[in-house]
Design a protein around this ligand. Structure first.
Ligand code: TXA
Ligand code: MG
Length: 312
């Protein structure tokens, strides 16, 4: 199959409307989208990514009306989050309406809803005219794509179209907060930090698998964000010298002998480039990537979460 690469949100939306699957940019990472009411298209999204069928998809909306079309009710906490953080890098899990197909939510009776803020994404979603389900546009297990080139690296010839935009502004997947119970629970950290969420709803808690029983966010069980190279988190200065098959990313100077190195000036920049750097390391055949840790505050918490998962 030939994958069409276009800069036109209208052309990309026309693919969606005829039942095809389309990768598109967002401010977090690129997504692989399908019409939420088209089960065949959704099935193809799972196949293209080789995604386990028990991992639910996020529904991307362009306006508030579409949220009420998907959600059975909007709990008070969700209303506050929507007011404060939509559009933006946040996904809210809500009780779903029966019309939302089970294949989209992996059989759950909840649906994750997100309203992206990026201009091009908004134009694309508006042109689609329906909510779009989309996981990150990578092959399952690989780092999420933050550029259209990274999408093609994984999915060229497998998907129908890529909407070509800028590199993603944040570089890490959205924060996921479950609002279906009394206290909002953060299932995945992201650019909207737990501190930000607590400023809106002070009762917000972090998910702890042990305390709340069965997995609330099935996706977090699966292996994630991994380059082929081995990832190691090492404090600055802990490794002075490495073999030529090692790479380094962090704030300090790379160890002597590193084949690839990326020096970053802030946690924001680190988050923005880390997945792209992982992919570059894989192309270069690097064996091991040394990653300097960051302070676990704001986006730093999400970044450390991804680094730890990659290092597992
Ligand atoms: O930033 C993002 O969220 C990107 C862009 C494309 O929007 N999407 C993304 O999708 O990262 P994905 O499928 O790679 O990750 C979705 C995460 C998974 O961990 C999944 O388990 C969780 O969200 N999730 C989705 N719907 C859920 C639901 N109803 N209940 C609990 N967790 C849910
Ligand atoms: Mg993903």
């Amino acid at each position: 199959m030939n994958t069409t690469v276009t800069g036109s949100p209208e052309e990309a939306a026309a693919f969606i409307r005829k039942g095809a699957i389309v990768a598109f940019p967002t401010e977090t990472v690129y997504g692989l989208g399908a019409d939420i009411f088209n089960e065949d298209a959704i099935r193809r999204v799972f196949e293209a990514k080789n995604r386990p069928p028990d991992n639910p998809l996020i529904a991307h909306v362009s306006n508030i009306d579409q949220i009420t079309r998907l959600a059975d009710r909007i709990p008070a906490s969700a209303g506050l989050f929507i007011e404060k953080f939509f559009p933006g890098p946040l996904t809210i899990v809500l009780p779903k309406r029966d019309e939302v197909p089970h294949i989209a939510t992996a059989g759950l009776d909840t649906v994750g809803v997100r309203m992206p803020g990026e201009q091009l994404t908004r134009e694309f979603l508006a042109a689609c005219g329906i909510p779009i389900v989309a996981p990150s546009a990578n092959v399952s297990g690989r780092p999420s794509p933050t550029t259209w080139q990274a999408v093609l690296e994984d999915l060229d010839g497998v998907i129908d179209c890529v909407l070509k935009g800028d590199p993603s502004r944040y570089g890490l997947e959205s924060t996921v907060v479950d609002c279906t119970e009394a206290m909002p629970v953060v299932l995945r950290s992201g650019a909207v930090s737990i501190e930000d969420l607590r400023a809106a709803v002070p009762e917000t808690v972090e998910y702890s698998g042990e305390a709340t029983g069965p997995a609330r966010s099935p996706g977090m069980r699966h292996r994630h964000y991994s380059p082929r190279a081995k990832v190691r988190i090492v404090e600055r200065g802990a490794v002075a010298e490495v073999s030529g098959s090692s790479a380094f990313i962090g704030f300090g100077d790379p160890p002597e002998g590193a084949r690839l190195a990326r020096k970053v000036g802030s946690a924001d920049e680190y988050a923005r480039v880390v997945f792209d750097f992982f992919r570059e390391c894989d192309r270069a055949g690097v064996g091991e990537i040394l990653c300097e840790p960051v302070e676990e505050r704001g986006i730093g918490s999400a970044l450390m979460d991804r680094l730890r998962r990659a290092a597992e």
